[in-house]
Design a protein around this ligand. Structure first.
Ligand code: NAP
Ligand code: G4F
Length: 328
């Protein structure tokens, strides 16, 4: 029997890579797509991976329970991946109520729709290392206490605990993946890695002369989205649902990540990098470093793509995009 997967956030970075991964496993893939006046461009990531015509997109919005219930009734999914969110931390101070509603409360919308239509489905919640915030342990594991530092992280914490609660209350097969930062050529350009690789590509091609960043001393545990969607799937294949940290176990400053990108194209970073306080955050997460031991042992998962390989792949993809851009 062909398995059916429903993905919210299918138009985002992870949704695109997860679609590609599940199609490769023989799944029928369905995704929630929200109405936009820019019809026709929302699936650009799926097109970039060559899978847009292999998935079925259904109109819905996480702000609208009835749309989600109808989609679940239509799809009757075996697996549900809840990836949709207002996912940009910096925006969560500008739109805190929307972030609370979509990144937080709407997780209950998804779980309720599943409770009404398909309680036996397997459910994945996209939790985040941002929940560790002001870190309480040098290396963060599933047992590390949380200390959220942004409206985004507070909302994710709600989503995390409501997932645990439905598992414990109703016996749902609901797992929460506490994923550390993961990037790719499909990352939004507002996030720091892609902002850097896109900026470096434009500088290299003479289309820009500087790169403005905020706190370059911040440290993140960066992996590749292609590796991380595999961990999501593995969680839903386990006999029992559980929570897992997904990380590389290595942390790097924004400055050093940036250096990798500039060096890849043979440019001196110090000539182009400008520190702009406009990109500082009201409260910062200074450092994140994940302990992936549980995922390694129980899921037999490990990160395969290094930071260096990933940043080079991203720079090369951005160089290619800008070289072929019509309006570039
Ligand atoms: P992303 O590229 O920003 O994608 C977010 C997705 O959510 C998009 O498809 C977006 O649709 C959709 N969405 C937003 N609001 C919606 C709504 N009201 N109704 C329906 N869909 C809505 O994020 P990502 O990097 O793929 O991350 C996937 C998930 O993992 C997110 O929940 C994120 O918070 C979480 N996470 C990410 C990381 C990471 O490092 N990437 C780490 C930990 C956790 P549009 O295309 O229409 O905007
Ligand atoms: O790339 P970022 O915006 O990612 P952030 O805030 O860590 O959040 C990402 O990872 C989370 C997992 O931990 C996800 F849950 C979340 O959805 C998202 O995917 O910023 C990384 C670091 C921050 O410390 C930020 O202050 O880079 C620093 N930074 C320095 N200059 C900058 C910039 N970040 C951005 N976006 N832009 C800058 O110019």
């Amino acid at each position: 029997m062909t398995k059916r997967a429903l993905i919210t956030g299918i138009t985002g970075q992870d949704g695109a890579y997860l679609s590609q991964f599940l199609l490769g496993k023989g799944y029928e893939v369905f995704g929630v797509i929200r109405r936009s006046s820019h019809r026709g461009v929302e699936d650009h990531r799926l097109r970039w991976l060559g899978v847009a015509d292999k998935v079925t997109l259904l109109d819905g919005d996480l702000a609208d329970l009835s749309s989600i219930v109808r989609i679940m009734q239509q799809v009757k999914p075996d697996e549900i991946y809840n990836l949709a969110a207002q996912s940009f931390v910096a925006s969560s101070w500008q739109q805190p109520v929307l972030t609370a509603n979509i990144t937080g409360v709407a997780v209950t919308t998804m779980l309720e729709a599943m409770r009404i239509v398909k309680p036996e489905a397997h459910f994945y919640q996209a939790s985040s290392s941002e929940m560790f915030g002001l870190i309480q342990e040098e290396m963060q594991s599933e047992k590390t206490p949380f200390y959220p530092r942004s409206p985004y992280a507070v909302a994710k914490l709600y989503g995390h605990w409501i997932t645990v609660n439905y598992r414990e209350s109703f016996g749902f097969h609901a797992s929460s993946g506490i994923l550390f930062n993961h990037e790719s050529p499909l990352r939004g350009t507002e996030f720091v890695t892609r902002k850097v690789t896109d900026g470096v590509a434009r500088i290299k091609l003479g289309k820009a002369h500087e790169l403005r960043l905020g706190n370059i001393d911040a440290k993140r545990d960066w992996g590749h989205a292609r590796d991380y969607v595999r961990a999501m799937w593995l969680m839903l294949q386990q006999e029992k649902a559980d929570d897992y940290v997904v990380a590389t176990g290595r942390t790097t400053t924004v400055r050093d990540m940036c250096q990798i990108a500039f060096e890849h194209v043979g440019l001196d970073m110090d000539k182009y990098l400008i520190i702009d306080p406009a990109f500082y955050r009201p409260a910062e997460v200074d450092v994140l470093l994940g302990n992936p031991a549980k995922a390694q042992q129980k899921l037999r998962w490990t990160a395969e793509i290094s930071l260096e390989e990933m940043i080079k792949e991203m720079v090369d993809a951005d160089l290619e995009r800008w070289r072929t851009a019509v309006d570039g």
